[in-house]
Each structure stands twice: as C-alpha cells, then as structure tokens.
Design a protein around this ligand. Structure first.
Ligand SMILES: Cc1cc2nc3c(=O)[nH]c(=O)nc-3n(C[C@H](O)[C@H](O)[C@H](O)COP(=O)(O)OP(=O)(O)OC[C@H]3O[C@@H](n4cnc5c(N)ncnc54)[C@H](O)[C@@H]3O)c2cc1C
Length: 428
C-alpha cells in the first residue's frame, strides 16, 4: 500500500467515521464501468450501477471524499444553480418540465442512501434561504411560487419577525424555509456511500490518480501503476480533474470557497443562534452559509477565490462575516478552517455529456452540487443501462467554453463576480 494521504485539516476529517485508507490499483484489471473520482457524483453513479448489476471500479486519485464532497457546507439545496425559470425562458417549456421534475430528486437520493445503507452522517431536515434586503425577499417569494408550480410543496415564507424563530441574527429581512432541505456531515456521507458500494461488490482504489483515458470500444483508464479496461467510463473529477480531459477543462473553472468551524458552543448558545437546528444560506451572489454540526459547533462558509487559489488566512477572511451575522460570537475560538473547490460553468448549469459513445461525464454544478451530483449519478446509471431520456435532457443544454482561454478566463470571471457582489451590497 502507498503512503497514507491526509484528507484535509478540516473539522470533517477530524470527525470522520472511517479513517482507513484503501489500497492503490496495482496491475491491469477489467470491469463493466470504471469511474474516475470518489465524490458524490462518482459514488452515486457507482451505487446506482452496482444496484443494477454492473461490476463497478472506482479510481480515486487521493482519498474518498478528498474533493468538494468531503469538504462542503453539507447543505441540501434543491434545484439548480440557475433555477427552472431561467430554463423556461431560454430552453422552452418541455426542457423546463423535464428538469423541473428532477429538481428535487437529488435530496431524495441522499435520504434513500442514508436509510437503505444506514449511513451515520447527522442528517437533519430544514434549510433556509435568508434574505438580506427586500429585493431578495421578493425573489424568494418568486422561488416559492416557481417551485410550487413544479410540485415542490414543503415551503414556507418567513417574515422579518418569523425568521427570528429560526436564525438568531439581525441581518435578515425574512426568508424561505424549505422543509425538505437539510444538512449532514458530508465526509461521513461520502464515506458511508463508499462502504455501501463495497457492500454491493464494487471496488474502490485510493491513491490511484488517472493519468490517461484511451478511447475505444473498450476504454482503457491508466494510472501510474495499473490500468482498468472497461465497457464504460464515468468522469467524475469535477473541480479536481485538472487537464486530464482537455475538452472538459475548457468548459468550466475551479473556484475555491472557504469554511471555518468554531469550538463547541454551549447548548444555550446553539439554541440562540439556530433554535431549530436548520441550515442557512443567504441570497447574495457571493453567499454565506452556516449550520450547526452534530456536536454543536457553528460551521460557517463563504467567500470565493477564482482559479482555486488557496487563500493564506482563511479565518481572517471568513470571520468578519461570521461576526456580522452573529455578533454574540465575537470572542469565539475557531478550531478548524479549510478551503475546497467547486466547478463553475458559464451558464451556471451542470454539464452532463458523452465523449465518444462510452465515456460519460457530469460536472460543473456551480456551487450547489450536493443534491445535483446525487441526481447526476442516478441519471448516468440509467443512461448506461440504456434509458438515456433523462440524461439527454441535460446533454442538450449548451456547454460553452469559458471565454478568455487559460490566461484570461479567471480574471474575467472574478470581474463578473465583483459586479454581482456590488449589486448585493447596494441592495439592487
Ligand atoms: C467548501 C465548499 C462548500 C460547498 N457547500 C455546498 C453546500 O452546502 N451545498 C451544495 O449543494 N453544494 C456545496 N458545494 C458544492 C458541492 O460540494 C460539489 O458540487 C459536489 O460535492 C461535487 O461532487 P463531485 O463528486 O462532482 O466532485 P468532488 O467531490 O470534487 O470529487 C471529485 C473527486 O475526483 C477525484 N479526481 C479528480 N481527478 C482525478 C483523477 N485524474 N484520477 C482519480 N481521481 C481524480 C478527486 O480527488 C475528488 O475526490 C460546496 C463546495 C465546496 C468546495
């Protein structure tokens, strides 16, 4: 076995249920489906395929959940980063109806895995979109009406007074409660999914970075010390894929977002901050998100760095926003701070597709990928089984390359985000 690879210095790594490392691939093997990347996209695909009877092999360059799936805010947010009204306007009602019918399914996939495979990941119900100004509150009223049109009923508007029953902060003028949103320990979910796959006979190799994918009737996926010959390949490396598949690299840019975790809070303080233990994200373009952990810490995330640069001092960057939201925490000690990368697309819609006939990919959830990545896994498995209707709803969406090439696409995107952030700050 190769030398152990650390997960990250995150709170999640410190509280992971399983710290054992799996062996690396050594030698040449064959399988039905080879999956590159052991995050939510890769493992949701793998579990669905294994349940359908496929032999599945997952190659993970680092550790299970090393990418965004083991570092994120742990918030189940429904629909897509661009909502269904955008789809209606730009791609027509048929596409909107099809995508709308899947917009709330990712959360069901997660809950299904947790129940079926007994995954211990502190899953709690209820997510809030908190409005920082009246314009955002109006947008949330629109979101509620939109989602209800697509059959999602578990929603409730919160007034300026009403939101105080959920969030102990003066920052918000109201919000939208999604009762079927929720939160969980993401690394423990992804580790539980890995164990579920193995219980179904699937194989996972860690420390097995794919360095080449050779197309063909049987594809060959090559690592430093071995190869996998497969009928199908799924590329699920998302923001950590680098330049393995150049056509995918051009379609999206990795962005960093940072998270910190406080020391455990007293029960009284937990009740004061988040009386009903829901998760919260605000409605800004560069948004803040927070929730309590299973052991009563505040997990607070926000901020974006374009091009996946590691910021030097995460705590100094995030702490001012945390204190702005909860001034009562001005002296709180921060125990953990870390960064992770998500993948942004130009349209802020996920990118699903095929390369040749037997290499599938799903990437670019643009910030909200916890639920969408689980949906992606399900529809890719359906497509490989021969039922591609739902997968192809996504493949028909345009996937333009980011303008500016390698040199300019990151500064250009940062400028765009600066503009949207300014709009939020000025409240228009
Ligand atoms: C800090 C942070 C907070 C977030 N919070 C939320 C949230 O609260 N709610 C929400 O909806 N979304 C959130 N997101 C987004 C969400 O986490 C991601 O969209 C989702 O986890 C993506 O899953 P994935 O499996 O596609 O990618 P990843 O989880 O990034 O997995 C990709 C895996 O592929 C592996 N890999 C890459 N290249 C290779 C290779 N060549 N060979 C082998 N393996 C390879 C990587 O090591 C990695 O493990 C957040 C993201 C971040 C970074």
């Amino acid at each position: 076995m190769s030398a152990p690879i650390a997960h990250t210095g995150s709170y999640y790594a410190a509280s992971a249920n399983d710290k054992n490392q799996r062996p690396a691939l050594n030698g040449d093997i064959s399988t039905d489906v080879c999956i590159i990347g052991a995050g939510f996209t890769g493992l949701s695909s793998a579990i669905h395929l294994a349940e359908l009877g496929f032999k599945v092999t997952v190659l993970e360059g680092s550790r299970v959940g090393f990418g965004a799936s083991g570092r994120n805010g742990g918030q189940i947010v429904h629909s897509y980063s661009r909502d269904i009204d955008f789809i209606e306007r730009h791609y027509g009602q048929d596409t909107a109806t099809a995508m709308g019918s899947m917009a709330f399914e990712g959360g069901q996939v997660i809950r299904g895995f947790v129940d079926k495979y007994n995954i211990d990941c502190d899953l709690k119900n209820g997510g809030i979109f908190a409005a920082c100004n009246p314009g955002q509150l109006k947008e949330m009223e629109g979101k509620k009406a939109l989602w209800e049109r697509y059959g999602h009923e578990q929603l409730e508007m919160l007034s300026a007074d009403g939101i105080k029953d959920y969030v102990g902060s003066e920052r918000y003028v109201g919000g939208l409660l999604d009762k079927s949103g929720g939160h969980f320990h993401p690394l423990n979910l992804v580790l539980g999914e890995a164990a579920a796959l193995e219980s179904l006979g699937g194989q996972i190799f860690e420390g097995s970075k794919v360095i080449e994918v050779k197309e063909g009737d049987k594809a060959r996926v090559i690592t430093e010390n071995g190869s996998v010959t497969a009928d199908y390949v799924i590329v699920a490396g998302n923001a950590y894929l680098g330049d393995l598949i150049p056509t995918l690299e051009q379609k999206a840019i990795p962005c960093g977002t940072q998270v910190l975790t406080t020391e455990p809070l007293s029960e009284a303080l937990q009740k004061e901050l988040l009386p009903k233990d829901n998760c919260v994200e605000d409605c800004n373009y560069l948004l803040d998100y927070f929730r309590l952990s299973g052991d009563g810490r505040l997990i607070y995330g926000g901020g974006v760095t374009y091009g996946a640069r590691e910021p030097d001092k995460i705590e100094q960057k995030i702490r001012p926003n945390l204190i702005k939201t909860f001034p009562q925490l001005s002296n709180v000690k921060v125990d953990y701070a870390w960064t992770g990368n998500f993948l942004l697309t130009l349209m802020r819609l996920p990118q699903f597709g095929r390369i040749g006939s037997n290499i599938y990919y799903a990437q670019g959830y643009s910030g909200h990928g916890v639920a969408s990545s689980h949906l992606a896994g399900r529809v890719m498995a359906e497509a490989i089984k021969g039922q591609a209707e739902r997968f192809d709803v996504f493949t028909r969406l345009p996937q333009p390359n980011f303008p500016g090439g390698r040199t300019f696409r990151i500064p250009l995107t940062a400028m765009g985000a600066w503009y949207y952030n300014l709009r939020d700050q000025l409240g228009f």
